[in-house]
Design a protein around this ligand. Structure first.
Ligand code: ADP
Ligand code: MG
Length: 325
């Protein structure tokens, strides 16, 4: 199977199949030198890339269907955090060899999520090399409506979709134990391998009055730090308000905090909104069927202050993940 045969078989779908994806932005898809996208009149393009590298972001024996899902999910999550509507994506793929079953499974995971988000594959590149998958997503957003990291204001309330920590716990299990023996950990494992990007919520947030947002990929505390620095504000989070997954309830305090605040791979949305937006945020949560918890507030100053039940500061030093630190 040559390069072009591979692209045709696994990634180029009949126009009728792609129509199911429902995107009307694609003027020209796979097959020419460039794809042509037509955003809605008056909208801005939102563009983001994320690369997954074998040995760094996933294990060599990864389930290819889960890999296809995750590679697109982490990119869709960036559009969600901007409040942008997905238009399409490109796929750059380096493969050590062309294994047909493996490619078919990768494509299944990829297209299932793409179709669910009306986000068609419009192009890419395919080469031989160490396994590496890089996706670029394109989305659209109305001018002034993007949820930027520098838009948080003192007095805003701080919200989190879903809950953090489970993906980190799953990773610890994978590293330390034979996962097959941990049947009850299957749900936890799904939080690591098949994250749910929060696009339906993200697209409703700007209209609901939200100001700043980020998706939690490198740990809640570290990612919140990016918002606080960009917005030149501080934040307070009473620890008791953080939603706690059942799997985390029995962890010793320090370990639990590490998972909750520094876990990574959560792909939840962390966002701010003024107090008068509360009911609109609740409505957005209900409409998108995405749980949202008010976890704290934005204050004057710098940095994150964690509070215990008595209002005293809890010491916790979380650093977000940094590939070169
Ligand atoms: P070029 O040499 O002009 O860059 P290529 O030969 O790399 O074009 O690719 C041929 C067509 O197939 C292009 O439209 C490209 O976008 C598409 N393509 C290549 N690899 C992929 C892939 N992994 N997924 C989707 N489309 C791809
Ligand atoms: Mg090319």
């Amino acid at each position: 199977m040559g390069e072009f045969e591979l692209i045709r078989r696994f990634f180029q779908r009949a126009p009728s199949a792609d129509a199911g994806a429902g995107s009307n932005a694609v003027v020209l898809g796979i097959g020419d030198d460039c794809a042509l996208l037509q955003p809605s009149p008056g909208h801005q393009l939102a563009v983001s890339s994320d690369m997954l590298v074998v040995g760094r972001h996933f294990f060599p024996d990864v389930d290819p269907e889960a890999l296809g899902h995750k590679a697109l999910a982490v990119n869709l999550s960036d559009l969600a955090a901007m409040g942008a509507r997905p238009l399409g994506f490109t796929l750059a793929l380096a493969l050590p060899h062309a294994d047909e079953d493996w490619l078919a499974a990768l494509a299944r995971g990829l297209f299932a999520l793409a179709d669910a988000h009306a986000c068609p594959l419009v192009g890419g590149d395919t080469t031989r090399g160490p396994l590496n998958i890089c996706i670029t997503v394109f989305g659209e957003v109305r001018p002034g409506q993007a949820l930027r990291r520098d838009a948080a204001q003192v007095g805003d309330e701080l919200y989190l979709s879903g809950r953090t920590g489970e993906a980190r716990l799953a990773l610890e299990h994978v590293r330390r134990t034979a996962w097959a023996a941990e049947a009850k950990g299957a749900d936890l494992r799904a939080r690591l391998d098949r994250p749910t990007p929060r696009n339906a919520l993200g697209m409703l947030l700007a209209g609901a009055g939200a100001r700043a947002a980020i998706d939690v990929s490198d740990g809640l505390a570290g990612d919140l730090g990016h918002v606080l620095r960009a917005s030149r504000v501080g934040a307070e989070i009473p620890l008791a308000t953080l939603p706690l997954a059942p799997a985390l309830e029995f962890l010793p305090t320090a370990h639990g905090l590490e998972c909750l605040l520094a876990g990574g791979d959560d792909y939840e949305l962390l966002f701010t909104a003024p107090p008068d937006a509360r009911s609109a945020i609740e409505a957005a949560s209900a409409a998108s069927q995405t749980p949202v918890t008010r976890i704290g507030r934005i204050v004057a100053g710098t940095g994150l202050r964690l509070l215990d039940a008595k209002g005293n500061t809890v010491r916790f030093h979380a650093r977000g993940f940094d590939h070169f630190a």
